[in-house]
Write a protein that binds this ligand. Structure first.
Ligand code: MN
Length: 424
C-alpha cells in the first residue's frame, strides 16, 4: 500500500498549532536553527530488509500479521516508513533472503518510493537448501579450503547482486568462532579469514566499500574470529583503502566505551558506519535509544566532532543503518521509534557548543565540559526533528498517524494474517 499525501497533510493540519508553539519556543534559544534543520532533512537511516517482519529469540517467534511476504512488499514497507518520517530513504538487502527476480523492476519500485539501495549483506551464518558444504564450523575462517571457497563465492555473488541494484558497499558479518577452548587455533582462523576476505576484496568495484562487522560473542560463546574493533581494524588495514570497520552498538561487551571506539576509528579514517540498536545486557535487538539514550547522544557527539574534523559529510560520508528486530512490537512502529531516537540524538549532538567544549578541555574544566554536554542532551529537540520532517513532507507524528490511519490493518487486508517475512 501507499499512503496518500492528503492523509499526511490532514494529520499535519490537525497538529500544526501545537507544533508551531513548541517549535517557535525552542527556536528562541537555538542560534543555528536553519543549519540544523537542513542537516536533519538530509540525514537518512537505512532500513534492513530483515527488520520488517517480527523478529524472534532463540526460544521462539510470535508471528505478526500482514508481514511482507516478498521483496516487493518489503520495499513497500520501507516506502511507507519513508513517507511518514522522510528519513528512511534507503533499504539494506540481505542475500540470499532477498534476491531480486527482476532487478530493473525492483529498482523502479524502490525509486517510486524515493528509496535507494544501501549496503548488501552476505550470509554465511546459516546453511541454504542447495549448498554443498555446511557452515556449522564456520565459513571464511574454516579449516577446509573447500568450505572457505564456497563462502568466498557467496560473497562475490552478493557483490554482483549489489552492483546490479546500485549499492556501493557490502557488509560482512561472520558467525565464525568457537564455543569451547581448544576448538580453534586463533592465529590460523584469523589468517584464513584474512586470505578469504582478500579474495572477496578483489571483486570490489573501485567506488565500493567493504564493511567488516565485529561481535563479541554469539552465536559462539568462547571466541569470535572477528570479536572486537581491534580485530576488525587489523583486517581492514591489511585489506586496503576500501575496507572499513563497522560498529554495531549491540556487539560489545557490557559497558564498553563505544564513543571512544568511534572517535579513534574516525581519526584513522576507518569507520564504515553504524548499525543502530540498543541493549540492556548482551542482546542487539532492542529499539535504538530505548535503554541508553545518553550513550547514543555521546556517540553522535564523537561522530559529529570526528566527521567535522575530517570534513566528512554527515549524510553521505558514513553508512547509517538500523540493525534490530524484536518480537513484541509492530516492526514498522518499532522502526519509526528507532529512527526518531537516532535523529533526536543526532540533533542534540549538533547543539553541542564545539568551541566552548574545546576551551573547557584545554583548561581542564571538568565541570564546564559536563555542563556543555548535558545542556545539549537535556534540550527537548523533538519539535526540531518534527519541523524537519514537516518541511520534507512527512508526518508531524508518524507513530500517531500509523495508528490512526490503521496502516497495519490495511496491510493485513492486503496480505492476509499468515504471511511470513523471508529469512525469519
Ligand atoms: Mn549488525
Amino acid at each position: 500500500m501507499r499512503i496518500n499525501q492528503a492523509v499526511i497533510n490532514a494529520h499535519n493540519d490537525e497538529l500544526i498549532t501545537k507544533h508551531l508553539r513548541a517549535f517557535n519556543f525552542l527556536k528562541e534559544d537555538i542560534l543555528q536553527t536553519e543549519e540544523v534543520l537542513d542537516k536533519l532533512q538530509k540525514f537518512q537511516i537505512a532500513i534492513p530488509s530483515w527488520a520488517l517482519g517480527t523478529g524472534g529469540t532463540r526460544f521462539g517467534r510470535f508471528s505478526g500479521k500482514g508481514e511482507p511476504g516478498n521483496l516487493e512488499q518489503k520495499i513497500e514497507d520501507v516506502g511507507l516508513l519513508h513517507a511518514l518520517n522522510k528519513s528512511s530513504g534507503a533499504i539494506s538487502l540481505h542475500i540470499p533472503w532477498d534476491i531480486p527476480q527482476n532487478v530493473e523492476k525492483i529498482k523502479e519500485l524502490a525509486n517510486s518510493f524515493g528509496l535507494v539501495f544501501d549496503a548488501v549483506n552476505s550470509n554465511t551464518f546459516q546453511d541454504q537448501p542447495e549448498q554443498e558444504y555446511s557452515y556449522k564450523f564456520g565459513s571464511l575462517h574454516h579449516v577446509d579450503p573447500n568450505m572457505r571457497k564456497q563462502a568466498i563465492e557467496h560473497n562475490i555473488e552478493v557483490i554482483k547482486q549489489g552492483i546490479a541494484l546500485g549499492s556501493k558497499s557490502i557488509t560482512v558479518w561472520l558467525a565464525d568462532g568457537s564455543s569451547f577452548p581448544g576448538q580453534l587455533n586463533f592465529r590460523e582462523a584469523f589468517q584464513h579469514t584474512l586470505s578469504s576476505l582478500q579474495e572477496i576484496y578483489k571483486y570490489l568495484p573501485e567506488d565500493w566499500k567493504m564493511f567488516i562487522e565485529y561481535k563479541a560473542f554469539e552465536p559462539h560463546f568462547y571466541s569470535t574470529t572477528i570479536g572486537d574493533w581491534g580485530q576488525s581494524l587489523l583486517l581492514a588495514n591489511k585489506l586496503g583503502d576500501k575496507a572499513y570497520t563497522l560498529v554495531d552498538l549491540g556487539h560489545h561487551l557490557p559497558n564498553a566505551n563505544i564513543e571512544q571506539i568511534v572517535s579513534l576509528l574516525l581519526m584513522e579514517g576507518k569507520l564504515a558506519g553504524f548499525h543502530f540498536n540498543d541493549s540492556k545486557y548482551a542482546d542487539d535487538d532492542l529499539t535504538a535509544g530505548s535503554i541508553k539514550p545518553y550513550q547514543l547522544f555521546l556517540i553522535f557527539n564523537e561522530l559529529i566532532d570526528g566527521m567535522d574534523a575530517r570534513g566528512i559529510d554527515h549524510a553521505s560520508g558514513l553508512g547509517w543503518m538500523i540493525d534490530a528486530s524484536h518480537n513484541l512490537k509492530d516492526p514498522l512502529v518499532d522502526l519509526l521509534q528507532s529512527v526518531e531516537a537516532i535523529k533526536i540524538a543526532y540533533t542534540q549532538a549538533l547543539l553541542v557548543d564545539r568551541t566552548a567544549i574545546k576551551d573547557a578541555q584545554q583548561s581542564n574544566d571538568v565541570v564546564k565540559a559536563q555542563e556543555i554536554l548535558q545542556e545539549a542532551y537535556r534540550t527537548d529537540v523533538r519539535p526540531l526533528v518534527a519541523e524537519a520532517r514537516l518541511r520534507s513532507g512527512g508526518a508531524l507524528n508518524p507513530i500517531r498517524l500509523f495508528e490512526e490511519a490503521q496502516i497495519r490493518n490495511q496491510l493485513i487486508a492486503e496480505r492476509g494474517e499468515n504471511t511470513k517475512a523471508t529469512g525469519l
